[in-house]
Design a protein around this ligand. Structure first.
Ligand SMILES: NC(=O)c1ccc[n+]([C@@H]2O[C@H](COP(=O)([O-])OP(=O)(O)OC[C@H]3O[C@@H](n4cnc5c(N)ncnc54)[C@H](O)[C@@H]3O)[C@@H](O)[C@H]2O)c1
Length: 291
């Protein structure tokens, strides 16, 4: 028996890297998987339908069930047809994992409007669109009195939650995805759905292409050593959170190797308060308490 027997999943960006490992484990755990991938270059340009098809073939060869989808996740209509494909093919939808992504790393003073727009669009709108269409399906089921046990898993990054120079576009999108997911979880309770964030750290073309990181994420020289940066290390947490019995929602989890760490969202901290409007001068005396 698999942990995801009878579940239907859409995994975006599932043709490569972490998304591919999530799709492979989901299928091995019994889920039927729609493998979405546009097949882009790292910067988000180009398309290649063979990328999604290869993962579908891998799943089929291992005895699992999967179909390919090559829609752009940031397209409103494309994401709608992605969700519909899961329902038409497998009769239902329970899990959406938003993993598709690109990078255009540059210090912000050199960042073009296109670099900003393309990265924000792929990550932030590319998370919103599949989530929005899946949520509409789940709300329809809930309104019809049918049971819904659904979950959305979105992908953030320490670049957004902690900050990373050269990634102001990517980091802003990833911080936005965390905020979006926390709000989605607040709204989803009434329709029987959950939402969580995964903050991965793993070897993929994304990290291999980041200056200074390629050596760090390399496979261990000794193959008997635990491969801390293997992208498959991320997949068990995704499968755990995607299970029917799981009740976790609104949470943000960092995962690397064997480490899983909960992130807290923005917190209110030191406060100054008085029963009157501050003046510039009085703030000058008091602001150190907040700083
Ligand atoms: N690798 C890491 O350490 C790391 C760290 C933090 C966050 N992430 C996030 O994890 C996710 C997976 O990244 P990865 O490292 O596996 O990268 P990857 O480049 O190996 O995989 C991303 C996949 O997304 C696809 N894609 C890009 N734009 C798309 C679109 N508009 N529609 C559909 N598919 C599209 C690409 O074709 C690619 O196959 C991304 O969201 C990334 O930002 C990765």
């Amino acid at each position: 028996m698999g942990a995801l027997d009878g579940r239907v999943a859409v995994v975006t960006g599932a043709g490569r890297g972490i998304g591919r490992e999530v799709a492979l484990l989901f299928a091995a755990e019994g889920a039927s998987v729609v493998v979405n991938d546009l097949g882009t270059e790292l910067d988000g340009t180009g398309t290649d339908p063979a990328v999604a098809a290869a993962v579908v073939a891998e799943i089929a060869a291992a005895g699992g069930s999967a179909v390919a989808n090559t829609e752009d996740v940031a397209s409103w209509n494309g994401a709608e047809s992605l969700v519909q494909q899961a329902i038409d093919t497998y009769g239902d939808l329970h899990i959406v994992v938003n993993m598709a992504g690109n990078t255009r790393d540059k210090v912000l003073v050199n960042m073009s409007e296109q670099d900003w727009d393309d990265v924000i669009r792929t990550h932030l709108k590319g998370t919103f669109c599949p989530t929005r269409h899946a949520a509409a399906y789940w709300r329809g089921k809930a309104k019809d009195g049918k049971p819904v046990d659904a979950v959305v898993l979105n992908t953030s990054s320490t670049s957004g939650l902690v900050g990373n120079p050269g990634q102001s576009n990517y980091g802003a999108a990833k911080a936005g995805i965390a905020a979006f997911t926390v709000i989605a979880a607040m709204e989803f309770g009434r329709i029987g759905a959950r939402a969580n964030v995964i903050v991965p750290a793993a070897r993929s073309r994304m990290t291999l292409g980041t200056p200074g990181l390629a050596e760090q994420v390399a496979e261990p020289a000794d193959p008997s050593q635990f491969d801390l940066w293997h992208p498959a290390n991320i997949a068990p947490l995704a499968a755990y959170l995607a299970q029917q019995s799981c009740e976790v929602t609104g949470k943000v989890f960092f995962v690397k190797g064997g480490q899983i760490r909960k992130f807290e969202n923005w917190n209110r901290t030191e406060t100054i308060e008085q029963d009157d409007r501050w003046t510039v001068a009085s703030l000058g005396d008091a602001i150190d308490t907040v700083l």
